[in-house]
Design a binder for this molecule. Sequence first.
Ligand SMILES: Nc1nc2c(ncn2[C@@H]2O[C@H](COP(=O)(O)OP(=O)(O)O)[C@@H](O)[C@H]2O)c(=O)[nH]1
Ligand SMILES: [Mg+2]
Ligand SMILES: [Zn+2]
Length: 355
Amino acid sequence: MSKRRLNKQQIDRIASNQASVSKSADDIDLLHGLVVTHYGKEVEVLRLNADKSIASQMTHRCHFRAKLPTIVCGDIILWRAPPANSATGVIEALLERQSLLKRPRPYQDPKPVAANIDTIFITLSPQPEPISTLIDRFLIAAENADIDVCLLLNKQDLMGSDQAVTHEINELLALYSQLGYPVFRYCATNGEGDENNKSDEYEKERQRFIDALANKTSILVGQSGVGKSSIINALTGNLSAKIGDISSANEKGRHTTTTSQLYQLGNGDDSNADAKIATAIIDSPGIREFGLWHLSPDDIINGLPEFQHHAQNCQFRDCPHGQSKGCALQAAFEQGDIHPSRISSYHHILDSLDQ
Ligand SMILES: Nc1nc2c(ncn2[C@@H]2O[C@H](COP(=O)(O)OP(=O)(O)O)[C@@H](O)[C@H]2O)c(=O)[nH]1
Ligand SMILES: [Mg+2]
Ligand SMILES: [Zn+2]
């Protein structure tokens, strides 16, 4: 096997030169693949045709060469099928990524979570209630990774069951919508319960969400329990993603998503073996805290679009943006041009960077 390994130069050439890839694949028996999930030392791969369409729905376990960077779900790779006496293939090269979403860690480099993402859906629900600072943290990370980001309210059926929470969520969504972030409303359990969810208006809203997913790779992020896995099951029409139902009297039977996983969405007749990757959605583990240690104070401002032009107007170049003299950001807040919850998130986040 080792004789057939690519040398570093070949890998670099493949990774940096997309045009040469299909030729290389023909030359040396390498296959294109899409990574759907990562389990410690192995990943699961779907075989792709050279034009990146899905060649087969069957997934293949692969290990990867140690010299490769961390491979994550959504990655497009070159791999070699297992020899006759083995069940495990091997990933030889990683193709250039269009985007990379990373999860920050204290005292360590951020951990890559998913690659080639077009859209991040920050998922929230009435129960568990949203945490606005967490939403702002995700938004700032997405802005800095240059990935489109939207808000997705799930459990629409529970809106109204608690007036205070309902009001708070509507306000929150209105704020983000005003800031230019697309907002969607969904109900993963639609069909099982509340008849109100089947109204024309709800159906239109559901279709808007489905249209926003089309022909893209999206990821659902957010707190545990908001229904990310349930949304994927509702969209794929099966029960492939494990949901957090409590299946016994205690919490032992609880399923939580521990690793990101990519699912293809069947597009009607396209859901056969020839379907292109076109529409894919990634389920991710629930997150309670999302540090932004890898970002600088300037990155934080850049992640808050309505702060940017105000921050440029501060009297002093090194303005700490607080009660200080000539701070245009503070003035904008006092005039009601910046929402209190955003300025509060900003100060929280900035304080946490110093720790
Ligand atoms: N009422 C209601 N419950 C939901 C909805 N979506 C998910 N759930 C429930 O919320 C719980 C957590 O769901 P899960 O998909 O595991 O959340 P995740 O941790 O974000 O993946 C489960 O008990 C689901 O049945 C919804 O739209 N409405
Ligand atoms: Mg889950
Ligand atoms: Zn300032």
